[in-house]
Design a binder for this molecule. Structure first.
Ligand SMILES: Cc1cc2nc3c(=O)[nH]c(=O)nc-3n(C[C@H](O)[C@H](O)[C@H](O)COP(=O)(O)O)c2cc1C
Length: 182
C-alpha cells in the first residue's frame, strides 16, 4: 500500500483546491491510499521558541503524518500573489525537523493563473526536499466552481483519467526514489 498525504493550502469549507485533492483520492487505484490533511488551521504560528521539547502536540501529530507518507501532494490557491499564510506556517514548522527531508513531493493547482504562487511554492518545496519534482504537475480550471460542479467535472472519464495519469507519474517518482534508497 502506498500512502500519499494530500495537503490543501486552503482551509475554506468549499475550497476548490481541497475538492481537487478529494477527487484525486476518489480516483486513486486501490493500492494508493490518499489521506487529505484537514487540520492545518490547528497549527499555532511557528516560533523557534517552541521547537524541541516545547513542540506543540498539533505540530507533532502533523509531522507524524508527513513521516508516515510515501509522498506528499500539495494543492494551493494564490493569496495576494503568494503562498497562503497557513500553508507557509505549516512548512515553516517542518523545516528544521527530519520528516520532510528527501520526501517525494508534487504539486497540483485548482486554477489557471496563480503564477506567483506556483513560482514561490516551487522555490520553497525545492528548498525543503531534494525529491520535490516540479515536472510532476497538473492544473484544472476549477476556480469559482461549486463542489457539485467539481464532482460533475471529474465524473467525466477524460478528466478522471488525467487525475489517474498524474497519480501514476507521482507513484513512479516515489518508487524510483525508494529503489535508490533500498
Ligand atoms: C485573500 C485572498 C487573496 C487572493 N489573492 C489572489 C491573487 O493574488 N491572485 C490570484 O490569482 N487569486 C487570488 N485570490 C483568489 C484565489 O486564489 C481563488 O479564489 C482560489 O480559487 C481560492 O482557492 P480555494 O477555492 O481552494 O479556496 C485571492 C483570494 C483571497 C481570498
Amino acid at each position: 500500500m502506498m500512502r500519499i498525504l494530500a495537503i490543501s493550502g486552503s482551509v475554506r469549507k468549499n475550497s476548490t483546491n481541497t475538492a481537487l485533492l478529494r477527487a484525486l483520492k476518489a480516483n486513486a487505484p486501490v493500492h494508493i491510499h490518499v489521506e487529505i490533511l484537514e487540520n492545518l488551521r490547528e497549527l499555532p504560528i511557528f516560533s523557534q521558541d517552541f521547537e524541541g521539547q516545547k513542540t506543540p502536540q498539533a505540530v507533532i501529530d502533523f509531522a507524524k503524518k508527513v513521516d508516515a507518507a510515501d509522498g506528499i501532494v500539495f494543492s494551493c490557491p494564490e493569496y495576494v500573489h503568494a503562498i497562503p499564510g497557513g500553508l507557509k506556517n505549516a512548512i515553516d514548522w517542518l523545516v528544521s525537523r527530519p520528516e520532510i527531508i528527501g520526501k517525494p513531493i508534487a504539486l497540483m493547482h485548482a486554477s489557471y493563473g496563480g503564477d506567483d504562487l506556483l513560482y514561490s511554492l516551487r522555490k520553497v518545496l525545492d528548498t525543503v526536499s531534494e525529491n520535490f519534482n516540479a515536472k510532476i504537475f497538473t492544473q484544472f480550471n476549477l476556480r469559482s466552481m461549486s463542489l457539485q460542479d467539481i464532482q460533475d467535472f471529474f465524473d467525466d472519464p477524460k478528466n478522471a483519467e488525467n487525475l489517474r495519469d498524474y497519480l501514476t507519474e507521482f507513484e513512479t517518482h516515489i518508487l524510483d526514489i525508494q529503489e535508490q534508497l533500498a
